[in-house]
Design a protein around this ligand. Sequence first.
Ligand code: ATP
Length: 395
Amino acid sequence: MKNAWWREIVELRDDVVGFDSSIVMHPNTWVASGHVAAFHDKLVDCRNCKHRFRADHLASLEKCPDCGMTGTLTEPRDFNLMMKTQVGPLEDTASTTYLRPETAQGIFVNFKNIYQSARKRPPFGIAQIGKSFRNEITPGNFTFRVREFEQAELEYFVPDDGNDMACYETWVAARKKWYSDYGVRADRLRFYELKPEERPHYARAGTDVEYLFPWGWGELESIAHRGTYDLDAHMKLSGKDLTYFDEATKSKYTPILIESSAGMDRTTLTVLIDAYDSETIVDDAGKESKRTVLRFHPKIAPVQVGIFPLARNKAELVERARALELELRPHFRTTYDEGNVGQLYRRQDEIGTPFCIMVDYDSFDDHKVTVRDRDSMRQERVAFDALAGYLRERL
Ligand code: ATP
């Protein structure tokens, strides 16, 4: 998913540059961004069972959902989500800093370095994929909420020339297309436009991308028009100039920011859930069995082609199949395996491999192999020299 995002957002565009900032930054970064003052969850403790809850996850502030007692819950209290750490040799408050809770701030503080060295002028974007850390008190639902996760963030800087809302809309449409291109089911995906009262005061527009997980709707990404809020905040606290100097007009201005902030762990979970299928199949003898299959979009299948010999104890078959796998490896994500034919296919179905290739005795005479399609389970004979083209077309 990270490769798919990077390819689309950075490599296939000429107006976005890739970047990788530090995880541990100057502590004032998080003062300027507002995280020290306001990056809180409201927590409630039960005085009876000692369990702790997020206030916004409770149905009522009266009754403990775990022990069922009433009147035992404390008032909601602030709990900062940033993970603390120390820099330097002294363990005093002056050396306290944080692991980044988002990657975006690294982009803002480096904005000037980047536009100058990459020779970019707005509209242009800076993109980054990296680990972020949050001291979540209720991690769970697989990789939906974890304490270290990977974000893919795009900060797109635009001049204040009246085209900012159109640019925001273009990015919302581009992100829609991205999810659909990688096979996320449209009926489980929604783009929820935030109402003015649901947005931070500085944001002029915002859209949450949400997916219908087995436990309900959950956020995958947020897209926002953030005005000049972030660059202004850093300039104010650091006293450093982060405006853009336009050589053409010899004037300075603070660019407007359009942000797309996606979680790669959640997106991966989404494609796994969408891909998962379990079906009953009937063989030629009329016997029923269960088949578990991950129907990944071929572009994101971790293994795209499995190559096997019909028999593991026949040296010439093994040799030919291994050689074929080596031949295809630079072009596709391949794997080699050997064993019982039925089991080989089932194993690849379970990891979502779109195509399996079997090298058999006939291969030496007709110079063809059997190619099996994961979804239809249909098999086809394909010539060795047509194989790469055949697979490329379908993957
Ligand atoms: P939530 O409300 O679910 O805690 P958030 O609104 O705080 O999420 P953002 O700060 O907007 O999340 O972060 C952008 C993206 O980063 C989210 O849409 C999500 O995909 C991902 N993300 C945030 N927190 C986590 C986490 N604890 N585990 C996994 N992914 C996360």
